[in-house]
Write a protein that binds this ligand. Structure first.
Ligand SMILES: NC(=O)c1ccc[n+]([C@@H]2O[C@H](COP(=O)([O-])OP(=O)(O)OC[C@H]3O[C@@H](n4cnc5c(N)ncnc54)[C@H](OP(=O)(O)O)[C@@H]3O)[C@@H](O)[C@H]2O)c1
Length: 243
């Protein structure tokens, strides 16, 4: 099997997913900002799966570096999994527009160059796989996290367009929409236990989605119904809810 690029590889969801894909037979390039952590992750996954795992430096907030980054790994890479994300602080972002911009760039516009570079290569080859982690937060804006949610909504729409563009070109594009997941991002939050997934459960959902060639996967599965209900609440009622 070929090589998958994992972006945001130090993320809890990415680590679990990378291991799951390595156990399926993929070699990996684990990329992110923290070289020391990436080295440990690579060694651990390689030991547990027996696959080749390399590391690479990638920062979503440095788009000027993305073309060179992609050029260096393009030939060996046949799939991309992106888990980069940044929750930020909603209240701070309402006044600190630099912080708001970091949320928007990390979750959306900072990812579109590398997703486009991979898409263009895979389209030319007539085969490839792109998986990116968006969020249920992108399905409807809420007062408590609408900067993050609007960035994820942008990413979801971008992936939908990419899928539409590449549908007849042999390239699969999968959008992953987790609900609550117990990770570093949500550490310290009081999440409802029964609605909260582990990174390993999300990873298993993603591997299954690839096998079944799904377009959009909610993880856990019940979030599809939850978001359908939330999506159907009339705006006149929704705007009075504290969500
Ligand atoms: N946890 C949840 O409840 C939940 C729910 C829905 C969706 N998600 C999404 O799931 C994905 C994975 O998140 P997680 O829960 O596993 O949280 P996490 O452990 O905090 O992962 C976030 C990852 O994004 C990386 N990142 C942030 N800014 C970056 C940048 N400028 N360039 C490169 N990498 C950057 C971080 O790298 P560093 O280590 O270098 O900071 C980290 O590896 C994210 O897209 C998140 O939005 C999470």
């Amino acid at each position: 099997m070929a090589t998958m690029l994992i972006l945001g590889a130090a993320s809890d969801i990415a680590r679990a997913t990378a291991l799951a894909f390595a156990c399926e037979g993929w070699d990996l390039i684990v990329a992110g900002r923290k070289e020391e952590i990436l080295q440990k992750i690579a060694a651990d996954i390689s030991l547990r799966s027996g696959r080749t795992v390399k590391t690479a430096h990638f920062d979503a907030l440095k788009p000027e570096e993305h073309a060179v980054f992609w050029r260096d790994i393009e030939e060996e890479t046949s799939a991309l999994f992106c888990a980069i994300g940044f929750l930020g602080e909603q209240e701070r972002a309402q006044h600190d527009f630099g912080h708001a911009e970091t949320i928007l760039r990390t979750n959306f516009t900072g990812l579109t160059p590398i997703l486009s570079l991979a898409a263009n290569t895979f389209e030319r080859r007539g085969r490839g796989l792109i998986i990116a982690v968006s969020s249920v937060a992108g399905d409807r804006g809420r007062a408590s996290n609408y900067l993050y949610g609007s960035a994820k909504a942008g990413l979801t729409a971008f992936l939908s367009g990419l899928r539409n563009r590449l549908a007849t070109k042999g390239v699969t594009v999968i959008t992953v929409k987790p609900g609550f997941v117990a990770t570093a991002m949500t550490a310290g939050m009081n999440l409802p236990t029964r609605l909260t997934a582990t990174p390993q459960q999300v990873a298993a959902d993603i591997v299954k989605a690839v096998k079944k060639k799904r377009n959009v996967v909610y993880s856990r599965w019940f979030w599809r119904s939850i978001m359908m209900i939330i999506g159907h609440i009339p705006e006149c009622m929704f705007k009075r809810l504290k969500l």
